[in-house]
Design a binder for this molecule. Structure first.
Ligand SMILES: [Mg+2]
Length: 212
């Protein structure tokens, strides 16, 4: 019997527009302003450094505050969020499907994203109260990507067997192969419909799970 359903966050529950704006617009903008550079110069400096530290900064790499400090900026995470929080968008099926599923299952999020990003997103709308627990590979495990250890932690926290949990997300490797490697049922979601997947949206997933 399924007890826990785990969801990926980005491109599964919410789109990545907010993240894109933080990384590729707001941080370069702050860098340009504080260092007296053009946006183009700042963009180049910032994105080059993102590439330089990929694989070297572990979970910090996904933490915008780490980068603000790294670049020596006075701008804060709150400043960044205030500038673009209106761009946080959940897919239209999320609220109804998760509200329904939350009455029958324990819902959690297992995401690569850094916790402040996750919190900013689930604060938007009703989402926050639907999840029992949030797992961030970056913040809780200091990892670049979710791996078996992250999923195993969910199993041990809820004292469940792998077959009592389902995970769904849009990444073939980290949302499907990794959980399946430890016996968790996992499904691939592709909202764009541009690759073979188990589901195109969460309504299809819900129908498969609890029937029409
Ligand atoms: Mg994703």
């Amino acid at each position: 019997m399924i007890k826990v359903i785990s969801f990926d966050l980005d491109d599964t529950l919410s789109d990545s527009q907010f993240d894109e704006l933080i990384w590729r617009t707001e941080i370069p903008k702050a860098f340009a302003k504080e260092k007296n550079l053009s946006f183009e110069e700042a963009y180049k400096a910032v994105t080059t450094e993102y590439k330089n530290l990929w694989g070297k900064a572990q979970g910090n790499w996904r933490d915008a505050s780490f980068w603000l400090t790294h670049f020596g900026l006075k701008t804060t995470w709150e400043d960044l969020v205030n500038a673009v929080h209106k761009e946080i968008k959940h897919f239209e099926d999320v609220d109804a499907v998760l509200t329904e599923l939350s009455k029958r299952f324990t819902l959690v999020i297992v995401s690569n994203a850094e916790k402040k990003f996750i919190e900013a997103k689930i604060k938007c709308g009703n989402l926050g109260k639907l999840f029992k627990k949030i797992y961030s590979a970056a913040s809780d495990f200091n990892k670049k990507k979710k791996d078996a250890e992250v999923f195993n932690k969910v199993l041990s926290d809820f004292k469940i067997k792998p077959e009592e949990m389902i995970h769904i997300g849009d990444d073939e490797e980290y949302d499907v192969k990794v959980p399946k490697s430890i016996g968790i049922q996992a499904f691939l979601l592709c909202r764009k419909g541009d690759k073979p997947a188990d589901f195109r949206d969460l309504r299809e997933f819900r129908n498969k799970l609890v029937g029409k």
